[in-house]
Design a protein around this ligand. Structure first.
Ligand code: GAL
Length: 671
């Protein structure tokens, strides 16, 4: 396994490199990531290359047994390039130039930028292909992070036209798919095609641009931009592969492109884990702790393969204002949590807090003065433990019987038109994920394209865009004995983002054995529901169900739908389809999912654990069962395992009764 930190040799005097390398070696490091923002140092002016400083840095670190992930620096095109070709700049949805001064200021569709990117990537690949220090390549850095929306420049429009021609073949087909007869939007010449820039009527919903554009145009534009990002990445990966055999990665965040398509262009997917940042906005601590878990599970599902963490929080962090400082043992707990969910290598961000620049407040393992303190000692302890963990963890799998189907296209479609003002696909997905996790069920997350047959239970949250092929796939899975959970706002749309003419729940109607007679988007006006979920509260959306062949599991209380069905189950062939017609508060969500999982014979990782304790049941590459046990809070936890075990870090016998100290993380094997 690789264990290390993100390091910027260009930020520190050369005399310091050796001190850092020694400290790293003492902490068990064997990897640093370098160069991902260093274009201006590598090519200070057009065609003038300077790899000397990076070569020297690699030599110093390699002497101490430390390899590198070599980053291509295309997230920060230098000023000379932007001044020469200002048409590379990204444009926002108002057409305004997003200028120089931070990063990610380029358009993926700019041919000029693609050419310059190819040049620098080729130079680097050529130069470092056979360097023994290069363990892997990272392409660019966090595509689309920070800026949220896509680019809307003329290059994008031109390429969008080409993309649409390929997809639809004729304008007639396009006009039909988008329904452009509505509001006189019919296109009669390809060159009339627009990108969904700000139009005369426009609304913003929080961070989401709920523009008034045609839904077909919006979704195709998101798909097109996603393809453009993947394509831009593929250009770089093809060049690197021509020169180097080392694996290629990208640190995937932001969800503005299809991770599954991106996964095809990469060997390893890596995640940037900042638990304190992602905690913002989560309703409570017990929920916060599951966000990194979800993210890693989600990334592991992209290639159905273990991942790396390329940036693991290792200090108080922020650009303008700082987060809490990680508590003693908390960095360790975060590290083990990511490994529990599928990370095989860990790289901390960053080695040392920088003395200058936008991220000068962003602390790493060392403070600005470079003196090792508590956080360094903690990371060093982890470094000492890693070989023991890796022996079990490398090539291991999470032992999960539940699949949550995660779709980026569904997400984008919901973002443009969220149905209910506060409906958010990602939050809803997370609420179901937490519902299972807090009851200690392990989960896989992946695409609707994978083989369903090995799962006892599949959950497809708000799975709205549908077609006949998907209908047949879901039906086959259930008919053969699978259990499917479908929720409100599923099956109501066609793939082109228009509404289905079928009676709701549309494509899921046969499976669910219900008709959605009416629905009610509840805005700040909670409704009540009662049944196998206990007494629950609905705050976003409810479907009023008319069961046909389905059995009722919960009903609404009050309003004109008092006593009407809210949640149902339908026998379909050898399996069952659960239809969840409404959102539920946290407790009711947990009750419902626990009920369903039990009905479907799904086993918990470990039963009877406090909610603060996370348990992940894994299988080693050769099939041995082992567990990660994590206490994500500052309070001690007393637990009882259903087995006596060996602590894989100390070799000692532990359990069945165990005390988990604040932020404790253990790896155990049942005896
Ligand atoms: C990440 C990014 C890093 C660094 C870090 C702290 O999102 O990949 O380059 O900027 O955040 O801001």
């Amino acid at each position: 396994m690789y264990f290390g930190a993100d390091y910027y040799p260009e930020h520190w005097p050369r005399e310091r490199w050796e001190t850092d390398a020694k400290l790293m070696q003492e902490a068990g490091f064997n990897l640093i990531r370098v160069a991902e923002f260093s274009w201006a140092k590598l090519e200070p002016s057009e065609g003038h290359w300077d790899f000397g400083w990076l070569d020297d840095a690699l030599d110093v670190f390699y002497k101490y047994g430390i390899q590198v992930v070599m980053g291509t620096p295309t997230a920060t095109p230098p000023k000379w390039l932007m001044d020469k070709h200002p048409e590379i700049y990204k444009r926002d949805f108002q057409g305004l130039v997003l200028g120089f001064g931070s990063r990610r200021h380029y358009c993926y569709n700019s041919e000029i930028y693609r050419e310059y990117s190819e040049k620098i990537v080729e130079k680097m690949a050529q130069h470092y292909a056979n360097h023994p220090a290069v363990a892997a390549w990272q392409i660019d850095n966090e595509f689309t992070a920070g800026d949220g929306l896509y680019c809307y420049c003329e290059s994008c429009r031109q390429k969008f036209i080409v993309w649409l021609k390929k997809k639809y073949g004729s304008l007639d087909a396009l006009n039909k798919a988008w329904g452009t007869v509505f509001w006189s939007q019919t296109y009669t010449d390809w060159d009339q095609i627009i990108v969904p820039r700000k139009s005369a009527v426009h609304r913003t919903l929080g961070a989401i641009e709920c523009n008034a554009h045609n839904p077909g145009l919006n979704l195709d534009y998101a798909r097109f931009q996603s393809d453009a990002i993947v394509d831009y990445c593929a250009i770089q990966s093809r060049i690197i592969r021509r020169w180097s055999k080392a694996p290629i990665t990208h640190n995937v965040v932001n969800e503005k492109y299809d991770y599954y398509k991106m996964g095809d262009e990469l060997d390893i997917l890596t995640y940037d884990n900042y638990p304190y940042l992602s905690m913002r906005g989560a309703p409570d601590k017990n929920t916060q702790i599951y966000n990194p878990a979800l993210q890693i599970d989600q990334l592991r599902g992209v290639k159905q393969k273990n991942v790396w963490v390329m940036e693991e929080e290792s200090g108080p962090c922020g650009w303008n204002a700082l987060s809490d400082t990680p508590r003693p043992d908390q960095i360790r707990e975060w590290t083990y949590q990511t490994m529990a969910h599928g990370a095989e290598s860990i790289v901390y961000f960053r080695w040392r807090a920088c003395l200058f620049g936008t991220e000068q407040y962003w602390y790493g393992i060392l403070d600005h003065d470079g003196i090792p303190r508590r956080r360094y000692e903690e990371v060093k302890q982890i470094g000492g433990e890693m070989p023991k963990v890796a022996a079990y963890n490398e090539g291991s799998t999470v032992d999960s019987e539940i699949l949550m189907v995660r779709s980026f296209e569904q997400q984008w479609s919901h973002e443009f038109q969220p149905h209910s003002w506060e409906f958010d696909y990602r939050k809803y997905f997370f609420s179901l994920y937490c519902g299972f996790s807090k009851k200690h069920y392990n989960l896989d997350i992946s695409s609707e394209k994978i083989d369903f047959s090995r799962y006892k239970l599949i959950v497809a949250p708000a799975f709205n865009l549908m077609d006949e092929a998907l209908k047949a796939k879901f039906e086959k899975y259930v008919a053969e004995g699978g259990n499917l959970v479908v929720t409100f706002r599923s099956g109501t749309k066609e793939m082109d983002n228009s509404m289905t003419e079928r009676t709701l729940p549309g494509y899921f109607k046969d499976l669910a054995g219900v008709e959605v007679e009416e629905f009610d988007a509840r805005y700040h006006n909670p409704a009540k529901v009662k049944g196998v979920c206990g007494d629950g509260e609905v705050s976003l959306w409810l479907d009023i169900l008319k069961p046909e062949t389905a059995k009722v599991l919960a009903t609404y209380e009050g309003d004109f739908y008092d006593g009407r069905a809210a949640i149902t189950v339908n026998q379909f062939g050898k399996g069952r389809c659960y239809y969840v017609g409404c959102d539920l508060d946290e407790a009711a969500t947990g009750e419902l999912l626990d009920y369903i999982a039990k009905e479907c014979g799904v086993a918990k990782a470990i039963d009877n654990l406090p909610v603060e304790v996370e348990a992940v049941r894994k299988k080693t590459a050769d099939g041995k069962t082992f567990y990660f046990l994590l206490n994500a809070v500052e309070e001690k936890q007393e637990i009882e395992l259903p087995f006596a075990a060996k602590d894989l870090l100390t070799g000692e016998k532990v359990g069945p009764k165990l005390t988990l100290n604040p932020y404790a993380a253990m790896v155990v094997e049942p005896e």
